[in-house]
Design a protein around this ligand. Structure first.
Ligand code: NAG
Ligand code: NAG
Ligand code: NAG
Ligand code: NAG
Ligand code: NAG
Ligand code: ZN
Length: 943
């Protein structure tokens, strides 16, 4: 699955990126049966409700049998189109499915009981056979709904070690109304996207099995290391088309049905099983051996919206084939842009699925940002075809192996295919900011928690977080820098070859990397990496350049503890005249290094290019030298470190390791700065100040200061912006967007006037001349500065637009209004799936909660409608609404919420938000006056 930032690019700027699970954890069975609309024989209520509310006693399958092969035949009854135009509610649409399956397995430990996973499936007709003797073995099935999701099959005799057996079952179920397992999705053919109209309504069906939803669809041994091959037949209405993991082998049609039979899949985990039944059409990509098709709604394909994705997919696949030195495993690769999917993308082997907003691109309409996003997500999912699909983690507690790796390597792939995106730098900054943030809280977790802490569906779900994706990626990048890129790649190649079609754990990876290193190396890969993967947090290295002494300590925002935990920290360093030799710091004790003593007023800088996952603090004198360098001749400091200095200064201040004025001082040079990274960092760090102070009297002087700082930058682009043009250079385009954002949100008059004027032109002339890069900011600030007319225009455009990125921008802009009654109306709309799709509910409420005017409204709304709104990503809601909490009263409200509500996968996010609120209360107490004075002084000195 993809990393979080793909949920929507605008969340990348979110300051408090707490644990945000990627997939929804929705197992609310109550609503399940109200929603299904079957007019066939109503499906019997499944006898097997989910067990996630009661933690099962034994959640793992015994290893007495090992599956080899499944035959799965599944019949889906839904119609692509409903024929009774006037009466949708009375339609004969159905969400029913039936099937049969046989699993062939080997007995490796004598047993007279066989277990399979099922959830919300009715199963019957079990037949167990000994393949060797052809005998049928008597059996009976049972299911203890209280305890687990195991279907238990009691056999009349013991299975014998080394013999092969088959188990056949018949089953039926109902497609999920949520986006999990096998589910139905709807789109509008030609018509307005949000109004239900049976003439234009089209239905398609798709699957999402990761992590534990395959058991929703057919009985299986649903654990990632129990790999098997799959022989699949899908029976569907004859006017639809079915896609599976592998190529279609053959198909035939009778009066009503089409039988699509697929070629056998490679050996793979159940969570990668997928099929899609739709009327979608495809765009082909070129590749020398693999047939690559990108499917989308017929109109999107016809309009060319899949061109960009199709264009880069072949190149990315070739990049990986070369990098991994292993060809892609299947003859075909299909990608499908789905109207509904949660997560943003899913790497099903041979059948990658995406939210269509993540991959469709309309030349001249979609924003530049989106192209970067498309490249990122495709590169991420394709990396999984090796890391994850070919070699799979043994259990979900090591999820980071595939997610961290794909996140890391996808940057290299994007950089190869689209060098102008500068993906490595840009994504590194996002990854660092998010990972550092989450991991600096005491409630963080190790990258690899013990297996017994990752057992239930909710616990597995919560593994899909910032730590897994971003810290995972950064820790692998660090290893690559410690052992060298060439050996890292060699080790990875060997690991993939040794474990292909199997499962592995991180020790296997460390062992193969160790094997390619010179025999006399003093690097113990497993020991170095265990310090990063098995304990939570990361260190701050403190260097005193007057004595040359330095030491490491865990970096925490509210640290009161004395501890002697340590990491194997790769220390790279330089002064303004030389680069020092790198070494590993492997102690919590204070150490002395002659080179770290500053000579002749030279600065010392550690963690060159930020290859290590740690922060650095210095004595004040060295800080002064470094900040002076930044103001006089910044290029002497490597780009990534210019980012690091600002980011470290702010975060050290939050942790009370330096004064907040040092952090604020590090923004002074921005006044004359016209490069992206320092601005970006400063702004995302100041975002915390905004959230802490935008309801207080500090906000006025702060905005005045920022107007002063950004004026030069805004004017730098004015010739472009005022004429709705953008510069050639890619990072300048980003900087231009940032200039508009900072200027408009701090009320720089020329910016607000520009936004209002451009939006008014669109409203009046009905032609939109605003450059796609600038739309997002201009829409938002025009809606913020406007009233009912602007908001309703944006709403009407949102409803009628067929372009997904335009829709996203408008959905965001609608949350920008300063009018309480409009925000209330918008929140009410989220309860109506015809207005705001279920998959957009969480992010829409999140956006409202990020608006200073909407935050309190959103908080009340979430609590009043928790059952419905928490069906999406409840963690996001909690994080969004709590991001301003900084009073005792708010803390108590949050604590009451956490104890009174069913939090499901938001549990960890709530814990983290409570901790963060405590930090905020203290921080505001300590800093409010100092910050207020600092801004007052800065405005006074410049005006
Ligand atoms: C619905 O049911 C009617 C009769 O029961 C049938 O003729 C029709 O083809 C079915 N399908 C659709 C898509 O309306
Ligand atoms: C639609 O069908 C339902 C159920 O059969 C019926 O009660 C209702 O009156 C119908 N509505 C229209 C507009 O025909
Ligand atoms: C189940 O198995 C039989 C063959 O034994 C097959 O004809 C049928 O189509 C299968 N599929 C379903 C969905 O019933
Ligand atoms: C596809 O790639 C080619 C060059 O490889 C380029 O000329 C073309 O404009 C690209 N098309 C799109 C839609 O990006
Ligand atoms: C830091 O990165 C730059 C640019 O990628 C590179 O040229 C330089 O060699 C790196 N420095 C070190 C010490 O690795
Ligand atoms: Zn992924």
């Amino acid at each position: 699955m993809p990393k979080n930032s793909h949920k929507s690019k605008f969340f990348a700027s979110v300051f408090i990126v707490l644990v945000i699970s990627i997939i929804t954890a929705i197992i609310t069975m109550v609503i399940f049966y109200q929603i299904q609309t079957s007019t066939m024989n109503p499906t019997p209520r499944p006898t097997f409700p989910p067990s996630t509310t009661v933690p099962p006693l034994a959640t793992r399958l015994p290893r007495s049998i090992i599956p080899e092969r499944y035959q799965v035949s599944l019949k889906t009854y839904f119609y692509n189109q409903i024929m009774e135009p006037e009466n949708v509610t009375a339609s004969n649409q159905t969400m029913f499915f039936t099937g049969n399956s046989t699993v062939y397995f080997e007995c490796v430990q004598a047993t007279s009981t066989v277990h399979l996973h099922i959830r919300e499936l009715t199963v019957w007709g079990a037949v167990v056979k000994n393949i060797n003797t052809k005998e049928t073995i008597e059996c009976s099935t049972s299911y203890d709904e209280e305890l687990s999701e195991f279907l238990e099959i009691q056999l009349s005799e013991e299975l014998k070690v080394g013999e092969n057996y088959s188990l056949s079952l018949k089953f039926e179920g109902v497609m999920s109304p949520y986006l999990e397992g096998f589910y139905l999705s709807m789109y509008n053919h030609g018509g307005a996207a949000h109004h239900r109209d049976s003439n234009t309504e089209r239905f398609i069906a798709a699957t999402q099995m990761e992590p534990t939803f395959a058991r929703h669809v057919f009985p299986c041994l649903d654990e990632p290391d129990l790999k098997a091959v799959f022989e699949v037949t899908i029976i569907h209405r004859k006017d639809t088309m079915a896609l599976g993991n592998n190529r279609m082998k053959t198909d035939f049609i009778d009066e009503e049905w089409k039988y699509t039979i697929f070629e056998t899949t490679p050996r793979m985990s159940t969570y990668l099983f997928a099929f899609v039944v739709s009327d979608f059409t495809a765009t082909e990509s070129s590749h020398d051996s693999v047939t690559i098709r990108t499917f989308a709604r017929p109109e999107a394909t016809a309009a060319g919206h899949t061109h960009y994705a199709a264009n880069i997919t072949g190149k990315i696949l070739s990049f990986y084939e070369e990098y991994f030195e292993i060809g892609y495993s299947l003859p075909k690769l299909d990608q499908v842009a789905l109207p509904d999917l949660d997560p943003a993308g899913m790497e099903n082997w041979g059948l990658v699925t995406y939210q269509e907003g993540e991959v469709l691109y309309e030349e001249g309409v979609s924003s530049l940002l989106l192209k970067e996003n498309i490249a990122d997500i495709i590169a991420h999912e394709l990396a999984h075809q090796w890391f994850g699909n070919l070699v799979t983690m043994k259990w979900w507690n090591e999820l980071w192996l595939k997610e961290g790796f794909s996140t890391y390597i996808s940057n290299l792939a994007v950089d190869h295919v689209e060098p102008s995106f500068r993906a490595i730098e840009m994504n590194l900054i996002h990854d660092f900011e998010a990972a550092f943030m989450a991991d600096a809280l005491a409630s963080s977790r190790p990258l690899v928690p013990p297996q017994d802490q990752v057992q239930t569906a909710d616990e597995i779900q919560q593994m899909f977080d910032v730590i897994t994706y971003k810290k995972g990626a950064l820790v692998l990048r660090m290893l690559s820098n410690i052992v060298g890129e060439i050996d890292f790649k060699k080790g990875v190649n060997m690991y993939l070859k040794d474990f292909k079609y199997k499962s592995a754990d991180q020790n296997d990876l460390w062992r193969t990397i160790q094997q390619v290193l010179p025999k006399n190396t003093d690097i113990d890969v497993a020991m170095v990496m265990d310090s990063w993967t098995k304990q939570s947090g990361f260190p701050v290295i403190t260097i005193d350049t007057t004595t040359g002494e330095f030491y490491q300590k865990r970096f925490l925002y509210n640290d009161s503890s004395q501890s002697n935990v340590w990491w194997s920290v790769p220390i790279t360093s330089m002064s303004n005249s030389s680069v020092f030799r790198p070494f590993l710091l492997e102690t919590s004790a204070k150490v002395r290094e002659e080179e770290f003593i500053s000579k002749n007023g030279e600065w010392i800088l550690a963690n060159i290019n930020c290859t290590g996952f740690y922060r650095v603090n210095y004595n004040l004198e060295n800080w002064d030298f470094l900040l002076t360098q930044l103001e006089t001749e910044p290029q002497r400091i490597p780009l990534m470190n210019r980012w690091q200095l600002v980011d470290d200064a702010f975060n050290l201040a939050r942790a009370k390791l330096v004064n907040v004025t040092l952090a604020l001082n590090s923004t002074r040079f921005l006044r004359n700065e016209t490069s992206l990274l320092p601005w970006k960092t400063a702004m995302s760090n100041l975002d915390y100040f905004v959230h802490m102070f935008d309801r207080s009297e500090v906000y006025g002087p702060m905005q005045a200061y920022l107007r002063q700082q950004v004026k030069g930058l805004y004017n730098f682009f004015r010739n472009y912006t005022d004429h709705s043009r953008v510069p050639e250079d890619h990072s300048l385009q980003h900087l231009q967007m940032l200039a508009v954002k900072v200027a408009c949100s701090n009320g720089l008059p020329e910016c607000v006037t520009m936004a209002t004027k451009m939006f008014a032109e669109w409203m009046n002339n009905n032609t939109n001349n605003i450059h796609t890069n600038l739309r997002s900011e201009i829409y938002c600030h025009a809606v913020a500065a406007g009233g009912k007319a602007e908001w309703e225009f944006a709403w009407q455009r949102f409803e009628s637009s067929e372009d997904t990125s335009e829709k996203e921008q408008l959905r965001q802009a609608l949350s920008c209004t300063k009018k309480i009654w409009l925000l209330n109306r918008y929140l009410e709309y989220t309860l109506n799936p015809d207005k705001i799709r279920l998959m957009d509910v969480d992010t829409t409420i999140f956006l409202v909660s990020r608006n200073v005017v909407g935050q309190a409204l959103a908080w009340n709304f979430i609590r009043a409608n928790w059952e419905y709104v928490s069906m999406g990503n409840p963690a996001l809601l909690v994080v969004g609404v709590a991001s301003r909490f900084s009073t005792q009263f708010e803390l108590e409200e949050l604590q009451r919420f956490a104890s009174d509500y069913e939090l499901m996968s938001a549990t960890r996010a709530a814990e983290q938000s409570i901790e963060q609120t405590q930090v905020n209360i203290q921080w505001v107490n300590d800093n409010k006056d100092i910050v207020h004075q600092w801004f007052d002084r800065e405005i006074a000195s410049r005006s």
